[in-house]
Design a protein around this ligand. Structure first.
Ligand code: NAD
Length: 247
């Protein structure tokens, strides 16, 4: 029960990695508030958890005012904020020439601006209480180039270096900031991969473990980074990829 009495906000918490992390932290004693646009899945998450200590709030993470208001409201209601998991994200499969500017901006709004908005609201709260853990979801796509995912690669690369900068800057305030870099994970975001003939098999083949991760396998690492077990980890970029980036 590493999160007993602690309060966690998880963006993109209604599905995939976010929902698995919400269940994991809740199972370890946290009060969890999942932010997401998907109200149906959000309601299902709360129902499955029995309602107690699990809440959902509809928040567009790309909207600064919504993020600020929602984060302050959680801290007001619970009297503290211990964990912020900036995880919401969207995929983008396109080359630069074919990518409309508005799609580039949307990928950055959801995958990068949201992290800034979350941190901007959470840092003063965590600084005042003298402790906190922020975990960002980057991707192996931010560590090295990926064919035809230009905007997504750029956005996840930004999340990685932003994590390092925050980690260094906030360590002495008692706030640890780290990032996970998942490899391929079985969640709705990779639906397109499953649709393209042969692509799933291609990725299975490339991963040394020979398969995609389940969201719970990413959640376990996020829970570790968010917990006091990771008390000496700051600005770490942690691949959770079945060995994909090891070769
Ligand atoms: P997912 O689609 O299951 O979950 C993403 C969630 O984010 C969804 O519930 C969606 O509604 C929510 N979301 C999207 N835009 C939002 C917005 N503007 N405001 C609020 N919520 C919004 O996918 P996932 O795989 O669990 O993705 C979680 C994170 O993991 C993303 O940042 C993604 O880029 C990253 N990631 C995923 C993989 C993978 O293979 N699945 C690999 C590396 C990184």
């Amino acid at each position: 029960m590493r999160f007993s009495g602690k309060v966690a906000i998880i963006t993109g918490g209604a599905s995939g990695i976010g929902a698995a992390t919400a269940r994991r932290l809740h199972g370890e004693g946290a009060s969890v508030v999942a932010f997401d646009l998907d109200e149906e899945r959000g309601a299902e998450l709360v129902r499955a958890a029995g309602g107690e200590r699990m809440a959902f709030r509809r928040v567009d993470v790309a909207d600064r005012a919504q993020m600020a208001e929602a984060i302050q409201e959680v801290a007001r209601r619970h009297g503290r904020l211990d964990v912020l998991f900036n995880n919401a994200g969207i995929g983008s499969h396109s080359t630069t020439v074919d990518l409309p500017e508005e799609d580039w901006r949307r990928v950055f709004a959801v995958n990068v601006d949201s992290v800034f908005f979350g941190c901007k609201a959470a840092i003063p709260i965590m600084t005042a209480q003298g402790s906190g853990a922020i975990v960002n979801t980057a991707s192996i796509s931010g560590m090295a180039g990926d064919f035809n995912f230009d905007a997504y690669n750029a956005a996840k690369g930004a999340v990685i270096n932003y994590t390092r900068a925050l980690g260094i800057g906030l360590a002495r305030a008692g706030i640890r900031v780290n990032a996970v870099c998942p490899g391929p994970v079985d969640t709705p975001i990779i639906a397109r991969v499953n649709e393209m003939p042969g692509l799933r098999e291609h990725w299975d083949e490339r991963v040394p473990l020979g398969r995609f991760a389940q969201p719970e396998e990413i959640a376990a690492v996020v829970a570790f980074l968010a917990s006091d077990d990771a008390s000496f980890m700051v600005g770490a970029i942690v691949p959770v990829d079945g060995g994909l980036t090891a070769h």
